[in-house]
Write a protein that binds this ligand. Structure first.
Ligand code: SF4
Length: 95
């Protein structure tokens, strides 16, 4: 998911290189930081060209798809989770 976000920035921002890095702090006996660098491929950039127009078309038609992959999607964080489950099915996570 983070690559799609960075691909979006590359798409929208003139001069953006389309590279990113994830820093993960690992809680071990002696804490470590793990760094993972990546570059957006043309195929990943293409996804922004195809998916955003579809999302735009749906929204203009009054269709708003749920984003259950969001880090903030949970019963605890979202007041609409019951309605969301009723309309779209599936199960919203507790936390
Ligand atoms: S439960 Fe809330 S945050 Fe999760 S997809 Fe549905 S509307 Fe979005």
């Amino acid at each position: 998911m983070h690559k799609f976000q960075v691909a979006t920035y590359r798409h929208l921002t003139p001069g953006a290189k389309g590279t990113g890095r994830i820093d993960t702090l690992v809680k071990t006996k002696s804490p470590q930081i793990i760094q993972q660098s990546f570059a957006i491929t043309e195929q990943e950039l293409r996804a922004t060209h195809t998916l955003y127009p579809i999302a735009q078309k749906l929204m203009r038609g009054g269709v708003y798809l749920p984003n259950r992959q969001s880090m903030t999607c949970s019963r605890r964080n979202c007041a609409y989770w019951r309605h969301c489950e009723q309309e779209w099915g599936g199960e919203v996570p507790e936390t």
